[in-house]
Design a protein around this ligand. Structure first.
Ligand code: TRP
Length: 451
């Protein structure tokens, strides 16, 4: 067996794993999902799922990964040998490669907006910015090239073996991202009419909540925590023996949720202020934010200009720490299971994800015929993963830990060999055995109209 790398420090580990969790899911997907599903009520349900399902789910993936110290498929084999559990790992590898494909389309848009900010191309009134996005996203070559370029960039980091890279990079990135978000939140909340946006975020209207909203919030919770695709399991395989799994899960969930809510506070006050509909979907951050930068800094255009550049640069970097984690899952799998060199393994993932990226990009732009069930393929991939495969992966992980894995070994991982968190173990097992699986099943049945 070859020596596996591990994260160097506690803070580094938390920030690197948070780097996987924090990404476009928080700054792009969370605001538009909140906008489409009625604001505050969605957020409350979302937080409820983070606590009830997210934290136990994260701890479970950490246990599987750290115990096995290997790729996802083999990890799921370790605590209950000979049973078909390794396919849960394989399922995670499939989902994360699909996510890598469509996620890179949006990451590519961020890079394009970074370029456009530098060139000053997105300066204009609200209508102009909206048109700019439409024209750009419906062209063929650029969005596709930027998307594939992004996957390739991820590839370059991955082939170098990134563990030290990821950790060091995340330690600088995450605090900067946080600081910048805070500045933009303040700017956004000071715009005229911002109060309506703040009310939209914090005044719940539960009359809008139905099975569909529940499933959307569930999917968002899984997506944002990188849960259900063996991503956390792969990262946990680089944790040390004395890492407190429960604390780390709670810290990462807290950071992730805080950043998502801040992203909401950045977008909605601004969207209401410039009169953009909050339910405008995936394009939300690409049409509201350029306006915020201009209007909020109308008297100091240079500051607005620099903020816009910094913002899209950071968004692209946040996306990169996430795409690295998605890529790593498949690469580690091909490398360790097919025994292909890491370089070659990384190419497998890059090529498959690029195909998905091209299809996704064209489906929301030049080739609307690329659709299924009346939705562009990009939305299909998003729904398929976030609302089906990830909750399914999470469900199976809970069943695995709760019912099949060796209880003694799970206990040893959970408590770091009797040292920590002993008092929570029973509650944790109760959650993964009963509460989490039941909740997930109910939401699925409800969505299928069977309740
Ligand atoms: N959690 C990331 C985000 O919010 C996305 C992500 C990274 C992810 N790795 C993942 C989602 C693995 C699912 C699976 O942007």
């Amino acid at each position: 067996m070859h020596m596996r790398d591990s994260f160097g420090s506690k803070i580094g580990l938390v920030l690197a794993t948070a780097g996987s969790a924090v990404g476009l899911g928080n700054v792009w997907r969370f605001p538009f999902m909140t906008g489409q599903h009625g604001g505050a009520a969605f957020i409350i349900i979302y937080i409820f799922f983070i606590i009830l399902l997210g934290i136990p789910g994260m701890v479970s993936e950490f246990i599987v990964g750290r115990h096995a110290a290997s790729n996802a498929a083999r990890a799921y084999d370790r605590l209950s040998r000979g049973k078909p559990w390794k396919y849960v790992g394989v399922l995670g590898i499939v989902s994360s490669t699909i996510i890598l494909g469509f996620y890179s389309v949006v990451a590519g848009w961020c890079v394009q907006y970074l370029y456009a900010s530098v060139e000053g191309e997105i300066l204009g009134d609200a209508q102009y910015v909206q048109n700019y996005f439409q024209v750009f996203s419906s062209s063929i070559a650029r969005p596709v090239a930027f998307g594939i370029g992004f996957i390739f960039l991820t590839h370059l980091v991955i082939v170098r073996g990134v563990r030290k890279g990821i950790e060091r990079f995340s330690k600088m990135m995450m605090p900067t991202l946080f600081l910048l978000l805070l500045i933009i939140v303040v700017a956004s909340c000071m715009l005229p009419g911002a109060v309506d946006g703040i009310a939209f975020l914090f005044m719940p209207d539960f009359s809008k909540v139905d099975g569909h909203v529940l499933l959307a919030a569930l999917g968002q919770a899984f997506f944002s925590l990188s849960l259900g695709t063996a991503c956390l399991c792969t990262y946990a395989s680089y944790f040390k023996r004395d890492t407190n799994l429960v604390h780390s899960a709670a810290q990462i969930a807290l950071i992730d949720t805080l950043i998502a809510v801040l992203a909401g506070l950045m977008i909605f006050p601004a969207a209401f202020s410039v009169g953009i509909n909050p339910d405008s979907g995936p394009s939300l951050i690409f049409i509201t934010l350029p306006n915020v930068f201009q209007k909020a800094f109308a008297s100091m255009p240079l500051v607005g200009y620099v903020m816009s550049i910094l913002f899209y640069a950071l968004l692209a970097l946040a996306a990169l720490t996430s795409t690295i984690s998605m890529h790593e899952i498949g690469t580690a799998f091909f490398h360790e299971e097919l025994k292909s060199p890491r370089r070659v393994s990384a190419w497998f993932v890059t090529i498959i994800a690029s195909v998905i990226c091209v299809v996704s990009s064209l489906s929301v732009g030049a080739v609307p015929e690329l659709s299924l069930f009346g939705m562009p393929m990009m939305d299909c991939f998003d729904r398929l993963t976030a609302q089906l495969l990830l909750p399914l992966g999470g469900f199976l992980t809970c069943i695995y830990i709760g019912w099949y894995a060796s209880r003694q070994e799970v206990y040893m991982e959970f408590t770091n060999d009797h040292k920590v968190n002993r008092a929570f173990f029973k509650t944790y097992i109760f959650f993964v055995k009963f509460v989490c699986p039941t909740l997930i099943i109910f939401i699925f049945l409800d969505q299928l109209g069977l309740l």
